[in-house]
Every structure is written in C-alpha cells, then in structure tokens.
Design a protein around this ligand. Structure first.
Ligand code: AHM
Ligand code: MG
Length: 340
C-alpha cells in the first residue's frame, strides 16, 4: 500500500481545511463514494445483466428513464438517507426534492443536488456516463429544511464533484481548495489519488458542442464556431471538434487537455438543456477551482439565482481564454439571448 492514498484517507487528511462540520462533510463525501462504487459495478455489467433499456417511466421533464438511471437514483438516495448528514436530496430523476425523514436527519446540515446518471442516452452503447453532485449547507435553522434551502446560488456550494464511469472510473471533487481526482482500483475496491491538484490549461484546441443544433444557436455561438474552424497557425486553429454527448466525459477530457464545452440555447431547449442545480453549478465550481471559467455566455454560472428546482441554463465552460472568446462574440452578437 506504500505510496497509495485512498479517497477515505485523503478526505480525513483534508478535514482540517473545512471551515465547519468537518466530520459530517467527510462522511457525506464518503457516502457518495460508496454509492458510486455500487453504481459503477452495475454500469460495468450492464450488458450482462438485464439492466439496459427503458424502465418504462418518464421523469418530470418528460424524458424516458433508463433502468440504470432509476438504479443510480435509488442508490444515491439510499446512501445519503442512511448516512444521517443530509436533510434533502434533490435529484434530476425526482419530480420534487426528497426530504430525508429519520431521527438523525433532523440534525442534518447538508443538502445534496445530484444527477445520478448523466449522459444516460449513452448507456446502451457502452459510452462513458457519469454522476454529478453538488453539496450545499442548509440555511434555515428551525423546523424542516425547505425548497429555499435548495435554491441557493452556486457560489454557496461547499463541495461538488463528479464520477466518470469510463475506460476507468474516476471520482473528481472540490471543497473549494483545488480539485483532486481519484481512480478506482477494482482490485482493492478503493478510489486512489491519481490526479492531485488538477488544473485546466488556460487555453486549448478542443471545442465540444452538438453542432446538429447549429441553425438554432444564438448568433454569438455561431460566430465562435466559425472562428474555431478558421485556419490560423498562431492560435492553433482550426480547433478539434470532440463531442461525446456525456457532459461529464466531455468536460473531464477538456479539463485534462484544455478545451471548451458548450450547451447554449436551442429551439428545443430555449433556456438551455442542462440543469443549473445538478449539472451546471457543480461543474462550474470544479472548473473554476481548476482555474477555468463557466458562464451562460454573459453571466457567471455560479451567480445565477435559482428560482426552481429543475431550472435549466445555457452553459459555456472550460479553459478561461476560450470561454472569454465566446463571451466576446456573445456580447457583440447576442447581448441578451443567453440570459436565463
Ligand atoms: P441527461 O442528464 O438527461 O443525460 O442529459 C444531459 C446530457 C449531457 O450529459 C450531454 O452533454 C447532453 O445531455 C447531450 O445532449 P444532446 O444529445 O442534446 O447533445
Ligand atoms: Mg444529466
């Protein structure tokens, strides 16, 4: 075991960095880590077990739920319910937030917003999927926690992370003091520190966007895509286009190599497709902590005030210089289009 640092060991070592509730936040992160190992086990054997395909139900947003979505949702709710640190779980798969009602949870200080299985349209074809989570501290002091406790700006997050179930499984998280990545070693069943202090390159040459929606993009985004495709050796253009269709996988690659991920407004998703609380805020927190930037084209993602649980936002996220270039085009050609 010499030289190996597990997620559990790392969390305990870093407890001193948390400004409050040291043991509780550590336990919450540990619970998420455990649930993600169970989800990982099912994702890896999805082709063998009868777990592929539609569950036959739809979530509140009218999207078909896959069996693995439902499974992952149950696993995370169950882990967070029994842990005793979390009073509310808000998940992409539930119409309303889930209040955890146990003797211990009345004392619980944390709210977890989670997309249990992101990129689920990719499950059936063996493409990387992920889990995204955001941890907020409860604001109200008396009685049961309420929706107002969930609807906090991204700047209020105390921790955020994602798990990528890819060619290897990784858990990447921040508590506001940098970003660290852990790779699951299946032989010992532990996440081990493999990517300490992750930093996104300031600039990059990869752009990730569903270009099939091009005709419906705001003018500023159209202009940026054309800019990315122009030949210019000084800025290493044309850039490379890479789009997996799993936000976690696309952003993880861009975090390591440098790049930009964009999901702007489209005709089908006039307010953007991705959800502010479960997808945009946690990814924005991680990327900012890694030295990157996240905006809706005009405004910082983490400063948007949420008004509803399943609120959507456009998102432009990645290497700082690339995001700033998009903002330039947005300010010039779409000054109001991307506001949520
Ligand atoms: P999901 O949470 O329902 O899986 O949707 C989110 C996903 C992102 O992971 C991905 O980047 C995007 O939706 C892909 O959408 P599209 O197929 O419209 O390009
Ligand atoms: Mg998602």
């Amino acid at each position: 075991m010499k030289g190996i640092k597990t997620l559990g060991q790392f969390i305990i070592e870093k407890q001193a960095d948390f400004s409050y509730a040291k043991g509780e936040l550590s336990r919450l992160l540990r619970d998420i880590g455990i649930a993600s190992k169970i989800v990982n086990r099912e994702v890896n054997k999805a082709g063998l077990a009868d777990i592929l395909g539609d569950a036959g139900s739809t979530n509140i947003q009218g999207e078909g739920q896959k069996k693995l979505d439902v499974f992952a949702n149950e696993q995370f709710i169950s882990a967070l319910s029994s842990g005793g640190e979390c009073c509310i779980v808000a998940t992409e798969e539930e119409d309303d937030f889930v209040r955890i009602d146990s003797a211990v949870s009345h004392e619980a200080k944390y709210i977890v917003c989670i997309d249990p299985l992101d990129g689920s349209s990719n499950i059936d074809c063996n493409v990387a999927v992920g889990t995204i989570f955001s941890i907020l501290r409860r604001k109200s002091v008396d009685g049961l926690a309420t929706l107002a406790d969930v609807l906090q700006k991204g700047t209020e997050q105390v921790a955020a992370g994602y798990v990528i179930y890819g060619s290897s499984t990784m858990l990447v998280y921040t508590t506001g003091k940098g970003v660290n990545g852990f790779t699951l070693d299946p032989s010992i069943g532990e996440f081990c520190l493999s990517h300490p202090d992750m930093k996104i390159p300031e600039n990059g040459t990869i752009y990730s966007i569903n270009e099939g929606n091009y005709v419906h993009f705001p003018e500023g985004i159209k202009k940026y895509i054309k800019y990315a495709q122009v030949e210019d050796t000084a800025t290493k253009r044309p850039y490379t286009s890479r789009y997996i269709g799993s936000m976690v996988a696309d952003i993880h690659r861009n975090l390591i190599k440098g790049g930009i991920y964009m999901y702007p407004t489209t005709a089908a998703s006039p307010n953007g497709k991705l959800r502010l609380l479960y997808e945009c805020n946690p990814m924005a927190f991680i990327l900012e902590q890694a030295g990157g930037k996240a905006t809706d084209g005009l405004n910082r993602i983490m400063e948007i005030t949420p008004t509803e649980l399943h609120q959507r936002s456009s998102i432009i996220i990645g290497s700082t210089k690339m995001v700033e270039k998009v903002e330039e085009f947005m300010r010039e050609f779409s000054p109001v289009k991307s506001c949520n």
